[in-house]
Structure formats: structure tokens, C-alpha cells
Design a protein around this ligand. Structure first.
Ligand code: NAP
Length: 219
């Protein structure tokens, strides 16, 4: 049975990915923040030293400090880069030897439409998500010969509990009007794409930044 690590599986998109993969033939490992703290490189390295025999890596966890350029503390820049970009890199680096040995692996980086485009007050987030897309491109090229396929999924606006907490019904209705499909996405709709990309049905898609956004970026 293939082993999958999903980061940030406690809630939101990560929880939907975990729920979906548990219905399929996978051993799903979903560490808590105490077991794997992505803002602390030492925690990531010690997790890898303990267990690096994963066939599939889903780098899902991410943070998104929204702030005007002149108000962003350097500490926010540093922490967001470590959680969103450095830790996914370290996990890929740590798991690649096992995947190479087996001549099979799948890495999915949950990026964002704001890794492709952006909006005001997202300079830190967009920089890290564009970096994640760069990591995907580069690893796809480097690891392709070992049958390790690496893709980014770039969600648009997704209706998670956090989105519901942070936005009133009126605000969610207003966001919906900016999306061609006139609704936000569901976490399960991201999980379906993850399930396809890591399945035996995907044997040739690699290095892609797949927007799952109801057509938002087409405008
Ligand atoms: P969320 O509801 O805010 O959940 C974030 C997850 O990441 C939680 O499980 C959280 O764990 C974990 N996490 C955060 N910092 C961590 C750390 N230092 N160490 C370990 N775990 C940590 O997130 P989401 O909205 O589902 O987003 C998931 C991914 O999709 C992110 O990469 C995000 O950038 C991307 N995305 C989301 C949307 C959207 O509309 N929601 C759109 C585009 C892209 P705890 O429970 O311990 O806090």
C-alpha cells in the first residue's frame, strides 16, 4: 500500500484531501503541528530522520499574512517563506531518495492562483507561492527520469471554515460574483484533483501548475 504524507491535514483543504485519500488504497499520515512544525526547519529535519519512506508527498499546509508592503514585519516574510516554501523543499529533498529507489513517486504542492497572479497586500504570499511553482517546475525536470511526477495545484477562492469565519455571507456573495462559475470552490473539489494526479491514471502529467479556480484566472 502506498504511503502518503499530507501536511496541514487538520482542517480546510488538507482535511478534505485526507478524507478523500482514506477512502482509497493509501496509508495516509497526517502529522499534527506538534509532530511536524513547518515553521521550524529543525522539526522538519527531525521528522525526516525518523520517517522518510513516503511514496507520495502532499505539501498542503500554508499561511497567508495579508498586509500592505510597508507594514510587513521581516518576521512575517521569514516565517511565511519557511512554512510555504522551505519546508516543502526540505520534505521533497528528504523523501526523494526513497522515491528514486522505487522508481516511483508523486509530489503535489498546493500553491494558489496568487502564485500565478496576485492582488494588493499579498506580496509575501505571492512570492512564496510563485516560489512553490518554481520548485514544482524544477523538481519535475530533475526527478522525471525516476518516474517521480511533480505538480502544483493552484486553488482559487475555496469555501473553507476559515473563509466562512473571515467573511460575512454578503462578502462571500460578492466574491462569488467575481468568479465565472459564480461560486467559491469546495475543499473536496481540490481533493478530487489531488486524488487523480497521484493515482495510477496519471502517468504523464508533470511540472504543471493546475488552476482549480472556477475560471477566475481566465478573466
Ligand atoms: P487552513 O484552513 O488555514 O489550514 C492550514 C493548515 O496548515 C492547518 O492544518 C494548519 O495546522 C497547518 N499549518 C499552518 N502552519 C503550520 C505549521 N507551522 N506547521 C504545521 N502545520 C501548519 O488552510 P486552507 O485554506 O485549507 O489552505 C490549505 C492550502 O491551500 C494552503 O497552502 C493555502 O495557501 C492554499 N490555498 C487556500 C485557498 C483558500 O481559499 N482556502 C486558496 C488558494 C490556496 P493547525 O491546525 O495546527 O493550525
Amino acid at each position: 500500500m502506498k504511503r502518503v504524507l499530507v501536511t496541514g491535514g487538520s482542517r480546510g483543504i488538507g482535511a478534505a484531501i485526507v478524507d478523500k485519500l482514506k477512502t482509497l488504497e493509501y496509508e495516509v499520515v497526517c502529522p499534527s503541528r506538534q509532530e511536524l512544525n513547518l515553521s521550524d526547519a529543525a522539526s522538519v529535519k527531525s521528522f525526516i530522520e525518523n520517517d522518510n519512506s513516503f511514496d507520495i508527498l502532499i505539501n498542503n499546509a500554508g499561511i497567508n499574512p495579508i498586509n500592505a508592503l510597508e507594514n510587513i514585519p521581516e518576521s512575517d516574510w521569514d516565517e511565511t517563506n519557511v512554512v510555504n516554501l522551505k519546508s516543502p523543499f526540505l520534505l521533497a529533498q528528504g523523501f526523494a531518495p526513497h522515491m528514486k529507489k522505487n522508481q516511483w513517486g508523486r509530489i503535489i504542492n498546493i500553491s494558489s492562483i496568487f502564485g500565478i497572479a496576485s492582488r494588493a497586500e499579498r506580496s509575501v504570499y505571492t512570492s512564496t507561492k510563485a516560489g512553490v511553482n518554481g520548485l514544482t517546475t524544477s523538481l519535475a525536470v530533475e526527478l522525471g527520469e525516476y518516474n517521480i511526477l511533480v505538480n502544483s495545484i493552484c486553488p482559487g477562492y475555496i469555501l473553507t471554515d476559515l473563509t466562512k469565519q473571515n467573511n460575512s455571507e454578503e462578502q462571500i456573495a460578492a466574491i462569488s460574483q467575481t468568479i465565472p462559475t459564480r461560486r467559491l470552490g469546495k475543499p473536496e473539489e481540490i481533493a478530487e484533483v489531488v486524488a487523480f494526479l497521484i493515482s495510477g491514471n496519471n502517468t504523464y502529467i508533470t511540472g504543471q501548475h493546475i488552476a482549480v479556480d472556477g475560471g477566475f484566472l481566465c478573466q
